[in-house]
Design a protein around this ligand. Sequence first.
Ligand SMILES: [Zn+2]
Length: 423
Amino acid sequence: MLQHLSKYINDSRDDLVALTQDLVRFPTINPPGDAYRPCVEYIAKRMKRSGFHCEFFTAVDYPGHTDTYPRINVVCRREGKRPGKTVHFNSHIDVVPPGFGWTFDPFGAAVHDGKIIGRGTCDMKGGLATSIIAAEAYIWCFPDFSGAIEISGTVDEESGGFGGVAYLAEKGMFSKPRVDHVIIPEPLNKDRICLGHRGVWWAEIETHGHIAHGSMPFLGDCAVRHMGAVMERFEQDLFPALAQKQTEMPVVPEGARKSTMNINGIQGGQTDGFTGLPSPNVPDSCKMTIDRRYLLEENVEDVRNEVVSILDQLKLSRPKFDYSLRELWSVEPTMTDRDAPVVRAVADAIRDEFGKEPDYVISPGTYDQKHIARIGHLHDCIAYGPGVIDLAHQPDEWIGIEDMVQSAKVMANAVHVLLSHKL
Ligand SMILES: [Zn+2]
């Protein structure tokens, strides 16, 4: 490690803690998307101090945007002395609601036992603060650097990132030549590199029936029983088939190293929205929402066909069976190459800081990398940041202060490698 870079970061420990606390104290809860404006204004004010040029981007036509809850993002850029590559650190500023079970104030950001505790400490304001300190340290130690460094604070990651990274990617903010390397400081642990994520396919299956009096069900056709038949085929055929599909992707946890499907919800008949006694009816509609996570070795057409073929077979074999399928959304799996410059730079920095080989992992769920890959067509992107992923969205979420310090050194070192053309 470059000694002066390391010393600067050690000396910035209190600043790193205070910065994290300040960020956590903005209750940027999503939904609805509270306190976004003061939070991004705070980030801009901070970055301007270090010579960054900061711009705000408001996604007015995107889900959730209102005057009360503006979808406002900030992108801060610091040009070096000469042209060169750009390293971008992207963090989402939104957090999930605190929920129950807290023994600390979720937005108090108390320091306790070497940790900062609060909603968003780990996921991912601690990572954002860490990347800011890393960038400032690099600029201070290498004032003549070439290229550029960017820090962004973006919204709505927890609800799909459409008004955040997707919107900015559509504006070219995550494409070459503007940006070359992207690090997303999500809490994947200080010595792990997250190369990407599995794919997603969400769909709603509806079985159709015929309404009749519940005392004479033989005069109707029960959509819930039809859905029961779908479920049976899923249990007998689909789930075992999914469990057989192993991937080369290093997904963590281990259980996610195969294809999975969650039945997210099921609804049929008069199950909602009334009080008192139900009236006796044969349900004529039943809906099931499925959340299928797929692998790099699969494609979305095969994923869809697996389900459709089961439904079509039922149509042939089961009297009066009829269905419709509505696709809700999908995300392609993505995995950055291990030889990509950003991966090698961070891997070298991890070896340097911890004296061990980094672990390479894939996230079971998606995060904003999907938009950078699909819309920005930029594939030199990873998630790397301090914090324990298991703590995300939990009560008494925390981030370790020493983990942040070490991670800042890894980030600053990686920036140095990437901007000085050492790869
Ligand atoms: Zn996150």
